[in-house]
Design a protein around this ligand. Structure first.
Ligand code: TXA
Ligand code: MG
Length: 344
């Protein structure tokens, strides 16, 4: 298949919308990461997303809408909980996905057989324009090959998807850099399934207590079922092995320099760069948590472009605010392997 490379001009968005209307699949920029979009109400079109990504069919997709009113317009859910209305008012359009009980219009391919559907109203202009021009909600997972880090620019999408999708819209670099926060309101109390740009603390101010699903910060134990099927898969992993180091900055530098070799790299903070004696990629200032989220996936992808790297060490992030999202992604990239520097 020839993959069309499009700009985010009105004319190109129109071309992309036409592809979607004809049952094709298009990568689009959003404020979180790039998504691979198809008509959410067309099961056959949605199937193509799973094939292109090599995604397991039991992992449901997020339905993207172009305004809050589209939930009712397209009759996407069986009931809109009051807390969903409150969250939507505060955080939409933006990096928040809300899970509700689905209606019968949602194809099984989208919900992967669950009785719920995940809905998000993205704030990115191009994504909004594409949804409106396509005249339908768009099902869109992140536009990477299943298991690899999510794409935060059009080049990342091209690297993973060239030849297996109809088109890529280039809309520059994604702002947030990690995927949306996912919360389920299909049960009481609400539960956080995936941390992202909208933080737990921000949402609790609006709707009160939210449970944090065990799998957000911990490894699922054998036999435990994942509330969010995506959480059970190994994710975000470069080919090199990722190991998180838990300890203060001095110990981080000391440990890496002591073990330095050309097979070792570090994902670090700006402040560490001049002090590390291995190949190092900074994800931002030590206290600039938004920058760390913004740069994380690009750093994970970059590691594999450095020849010979077998192990990459990274700081173990905090678990509050936006850092909860960075921790959640890194701990999966690391297969939950954390080395404590305090004991060394
Ligand atoms: O920021 C984002 O959310 C991006 C952009 C493109 O919007 N999309 C994205 O989609 O990250 P994806 O498919 O890579 O991640 C969606 C996550 C998966 O872990 C999936 O299992 C979960 O949301 N999910 C989707 N529908 C669900 C449902 N009905 N119940 C539980 N989890 C669900
Ligand atoms: Mg994904």
């Amino acid at each position: 298949m020839n993959t069309l490379l499009l700009s985010n001009s009105e004319k190109d968005i129109y071309i992309a919308a036409k592809i979607i209307k004809n049952g094709g699949i298009v990568a689009m920029p959003t404020e979180t990461v790039y998504g691979l979009a198809a008509n959410a109400l067309n099961g056959n079109a949605v199937k193509k997303i799973f094939e292109a990504k090599k995604r397991p069919m039991d992992n449901p997709l997020i339905v993207h809408i172009g305004e809050t009113g589209h939930i009712k317009k397209y009759n996407l859910v069986s009931e809109i909980p009051e807390k969903a209305t409150m969250l939507a008012k505060h955080f939409w359009p933006g990096p928040l996905t809300i899970i509700m009980k689905k209606s019968e219009v949602i194809p099984d391919e989208v919900s992967a057989g669950l009785d719920t559907v995940a809905i998000r109203f993205p704030s990115h202009n191009t994504a909004q324009q594409l949804i409106l021009a396509s005249d339908t909600p768009l099902a869109a997972p992140s536009a990477n090959l299943s298991g690899s880090p999510s794409p935060t620019n059009a080049q990342h999408v091209f690297d993973d998807m060239n030849g297996s999708i109809d088109a890529i819209i280039d809309g520059g670099t994604s702002d947030v850099g990690v995927e949306s926060t996912v919360i389920t309101l299909a049960e009481n109390p609400p539960r956080l399934l995936r941390p992202g740009g909208i933080t737990l603390e921000q949402m609790e101010k609006v709707i009160g207590k939210i449970e944090v699903d065990n799998a957000v910060l911990n490894k699922l134990t054998e036999g435990q079922t994942a509330s969010s099927p995506g959480m059970k898969y190994k994710h975000y992993a470069p080919k090199a092995k990722v190991v998180l180091l838990n300890g203060n900055d001095e110990k981080f530098i000391e440990f890496i320099n002591k073990n330095a070799s050309c097979e070792i790299a570090a994902i670090c903070y700006d402040e560490d760069l001049s002090r590390l004696s291995v190949e190092s990629i900074s994800i931002g200032g030590k206290n600039d948590y938004n920058a760390q989220a913004h740069n994380l996936f690009n750093a994970l992808r970059k590691i594999d472009t450095i020849k010979g790297i077998k192990i990459v060490y990274a700081h173990c992030p905090k678990t509050t605010g936006v850092s909860m999202a960075v921790y959640n992604r890194l701990i999966r990239a690391a297969g939950f392997e954390v080395t404590s520097l305090e004991k060394l």
